[in-house]
Design a protein around this ligand. Structure first.
Ligand code: PA5
Length: 475
């Protein structure tokens, strides 16, 4: 990857085109320049808030492109060993400890990576277990060989029930399969001091990577959480970090016209204030399909809050929806074009796909088919992307396009950092705590109580005394 070359870097810049958010293009529902201008001060304040918070509190993630030199070398050396020793690499984790590795794997590896012959892959077969569905765990165990598998257990808190349940299963299986060598099959990625995983890592002498202070789950892809799996897959993690640093620099001005992350945040904020409570993320690339999952967690868990930093009730946030171009043109786009005016569609477009696929001539006697011949699939997908944006715009629906000149480590690093900054700016505009997730706690505590965790007896009683389901409502 040529990321050290300035011209190459500039040619790989990820851009945000928000023409179709504007009145001039989208009509009544669009914004006027003057309306964006009215938010100039609020945008500058949000910019300052993020700039001043950099590296502090829960904003340690802003510094990840710059402060991991030694860690990156350790990751690369570890990844090399993993590739040499193991045939399978399995991530155990959930939420922010899994969605980033899944997104990067799908974006940057062959779309049928695990089906390729080993000589055609740069790393071991790769799986991410981000659920506790028993069928899925059984299915994983059907396709891996424990004695040839490395497990990367990832949990910032070191306490997440799903991840620790998986750990117990895997550790038990490893001990049965390889005895006292089990510890060599586990790599822990967790907080340096807090939680149970670090204790287990110390007891069992697991190779351990730390999730730095101030880096929460959904902001952790550019630390060892995401970098180790990526390096094991043979991806260029230095280019990913360089991409993030590049985007950080692109976003160094407090103005919507010059800072794509701030532009995106301000536009979405304005849209939300006008009732656009749904944000559709629609990549036109199978490789970016799982970037939507990663983005959805980032946007939903960060902005979905019921109280401002001053303690005022607020109930803000935007429901993120995943869609895939062109597939969902044949499923969801009807709703987006004609349904309620409650959405903003974000397209993720790709300049150059990594492959070109020609459509051969044929069916000359059927003009409705023959017209496709001589084009490429690249032209077709680009035309459909453009056509969908046009149709939405014509129907008065706000949409905007983020373009990656190509999908590679450098552009992906840019995109992830762009989304992280955008989320932080949006949180600052709403004046909320972007980095906590108290709403996730209620469900977690109820699970602990139902499974008999010590200290949750009162919660258990509360659950036992909750109104019972009535038969008349079960049909
Ligand atoms: O963003 C977050 O903080 C959460 O979604 C976490 O990533 C998720 O709950 C998993 O937590 P942990 O990494 O502590 O196991």
């Amino acid at each position: 990857m040529n990321f050290r070359n300035k011209d190459w870097r500039n040619g790989m810049r990820v851009t945000v085109d928000y023409n179709n958010m504007m009145k001039k293009f989208v009509g009544a529902d669009g914004f006027k320049d003057s309306e964006i201008n009215e938010l100039k001060e609020a945008a500058a304040d949000a910019f300052d808030c993020v700039a001043q918070g950099r590296g502090k509190g829960m904003m340690g993630w802003t510094e990840l492109p710059y402060n991991q030199k030694e860690i990156v070398e350790d990751i690369l050396a570890t990844a090399k060993e993993v590739r040499r020793k193991f045939k399978y690499f399995v991530v155990l984790g959930i939420g922010g400890s899994a969605l980033g590795p899944i997104a990067v794997f799908n974006a940057l590896c062959h779309l049928h990576y695990n089906d390729l012959a080993p000589s055609k892959r740069k790393g071991p077969k790769f799986y991410v277990e981000d659920n506790v569905d028993p069928e899925r765990m059984a299915a994983l165990l059907d396709v891996i060989e424990p004695e040839k598998t490395c497990f990367n257990v990832i949990t910032k808190s070191g306490a997440t029930s799903e991840t620790m349940a998986q750990y117990l299963i895997i550790n038990d299986m490893l001990v049965k399969a390889v005895g006292d060598k089990a510890n060599d099959h586990i790599i822990a990625t967790t907080d340096a001091a807090k939680g149970n995983l670090i204790k287990l890592a110390e007891q069992n002498d697991y190779k351990t990577f730390c999730i730095p202070d101030g880096v929460g789950g959904r902001f952790s892809e550019l630390c060892p959480v995401g970098l180790l799996p990526a390096a094991v897959l043979g991806l260029d993690i230095k280019a990913m970090l360089a991409g993030a640093a590049f985007m950080d620099n692109v976003c160094s001005k407090p103005s919507v016209a010059k800072n794509p992350a701030l532009a995106s945040a301000v536009l979405q904020y304005m849209a939300m204030k006008r009732g656009k409570n749904v944000g559709v993320m629609m990549p036109y690339a199978d490789s970016l399909k799982f970037m939507s999952d990663w983005y959805c967690q980032l946007w939903a868990e960060s902005l979905g809050k019921n109280v401002t930093l001053d303690g005022k009730p607020c109930n803000v946030g935007q429901t993120p929806v995943k869609a895939l171009g062109v597939t969902d043109q044949h499923s969801q786009v009807q709703l987006y074009t004609e349904g309620p005016f409650d959405k903003v569609v974000t397209f993720l477009s790709v300049g150059n796909y990594r492959k070109e696929f020609p459509i051969p001539h044929g069916c000359e006697d059927i003009p409705d088919v023959a017209f496709l011949g001589g084009h490429t699939m690249n032209e077709l997908i680009a035309a459909e992307n453009k056509a969908t944006a046009y149709a939405l715009t014509k129907a008065g629906r706000q949409n905007y396009t983020i373009t990656l000149p190509e999908v590679n480590e450098f552009t992906l690093g840019q995109l992830m950092y762009l989304f992280e900054l955008q989320t932080a700016y949006a949180g600052a505009l709403f004046h909320i705590d972007t980095f906590n997730q108290p709403g996730v706690e209620a469900g977690k505590q109820a699970t602990y109580a139902l499974l008999g965790k010590k200290g949750y007896e009162a919660k258990r009683e509360e659950l036992d005394n909750a109104p019972k389901a009535e038969d008349k409502y079960i049909v």
